[in-house]
Design a protein around this ligand. Structure first.
Ligand SMILES: Cc1cc2nc3c(=O)[nH]c(=O)nc-3n(C[C@H](O)[C@H](O)[C@H](O)COP(=O)(O)OP(=O)(O)OC[C@H]3O[C@@H](n4cnc5c(N)ncnc54)[C@H](O)[C@@H]3O)c2cc1C
Length: 259
């Protein structure tokens, strides 16, 4: 089955970078699809201790589940499949792309105005697009400017694929910045993605800026209650998926350890 109505944004790769980008894009009301094949590399980590907000660390499989949940709750779509090709259909003023996605059910195409490549460690689908690709040993990195734009208008890249430091929070921050750049480039009205208490802007005679919201005490209480419920549920039991290691060390494509 192929989808032909162009989406606003396609994120290739559902790791730390891709899922973070998707959350920011979807929150800016862009119709966003994440296509992911395989596992985010952070799932091989044995206990994630340097991601902000988890003072005693967090199970890395649980962490990526939380990122997926966040992308879902903010309205991003997710599809399991591998992007194998990207055709450039539009021009610099009006970017349009067609991505070919291999799924378990066959091949799909997705038409989309903008693409975020967050697919460490595969950039092969970008080969015919004109994006600057830099080979370094067995790896290929994507060249971007300071805000995540490649030299092909409409194609962005984020995360380890752009040769930033190999750390989860660096990938997340880089992806957030890239996503906001994409939002600006798309012409979507955007100030900051902020949630403020009632009156923060309006009691100072200002309109609530685009992509910001003011919420009252009832809504704050509702959101806090929901956040606590969700986190309680996620943390209620130890994560049930086995630890991963490098797949070359075990007879399992995901590197699952039999402990
Ligand atoms: C053993 C280990 C321990 C680590 N420990 C830490 C730590 O303690 N703290 C820390 O900060 N960092 C740690 N890291 C590093 C951190 O995990 C990475 O830097 C970060 O997660 C990179 O995120 P990313 O989104 O760029 O890449 P990834 O998380 O790898 O995401 C890329 C995703 O894209 C998918 N993909 C690839 N090609 C395609 C395609 N063509 N189509 C669709 N999907 C595709 C991949 O399968 C993957 O799911 C560790 C890494 C390893 C290996």
């Amino acid at each position: 089955m192929s989808q032909t109505t162009p989406r606003d944004a396609l994120v290739v790769g559902g790791g730390v970078a891709g899922l973070t980008a998707a959350t920011f894009l979807a929150r800016a009301d862009l119709d966003t699809l994440v296509v992911n094949d395989g596992e985010p590399i952070v799932r091989r980590n044995a206990h994630l201790e340097n991601v902000p907000g988890f003072p005693a660390g967090v199970n890395s499989r649980l962490f990526t589940d939380l990122l997926s949940e966040q992308a879902d709750r903010n309205g991003a779509g997710r599809l399991t499949g591998r992007v194998t090709d990207l055709d450039v259909l539009g021009d610099d003023e009006d970017p349009l792309f067609r991505a070919t996605v291999e799924t378990d059910d066959g091949e799909e195409t997705v038409e989309v105005s903008r693409v975020v490549a967050a697919s460490w460690s595969d950039a092969s689908y970008l080969e015919d697009t004109g994006v600057d690709l830099r080979a370094a040993g067995s790896k290929t990195y994507v060249g971007v400017d300071d805000l995540g734009r490649t030299d092909v208008p409409g194609i962005y890249a984020a995360g380890r694929l752009t040769e930033i430091y190999h750390q989860a929070v660096v990938a997340a921050g880089d992806a957030a910045e890239t996503a906001i750049t994409l939002v600006h480039d798309s012409g979507t009205a955007f100030y900051n993605d902020w949630v403020a208490p009632t009156g923060y802007f309006t009691d100072r005679g200002r309109e609530v800026p685009p992509a910001c919201e003011e919420i009252d005490a009832d809504e704050r209480a509702h959101r806090e209650r929901e956040s606590r419920e969700v986190m309680r549920e996620f943390f209620a039991e130890p994560h049930d998926e086995p630890q991963r290691t490098h797949p070359s060390l075990v007879d399992d494509e995901l590197g699952r350890l039999d402990e």
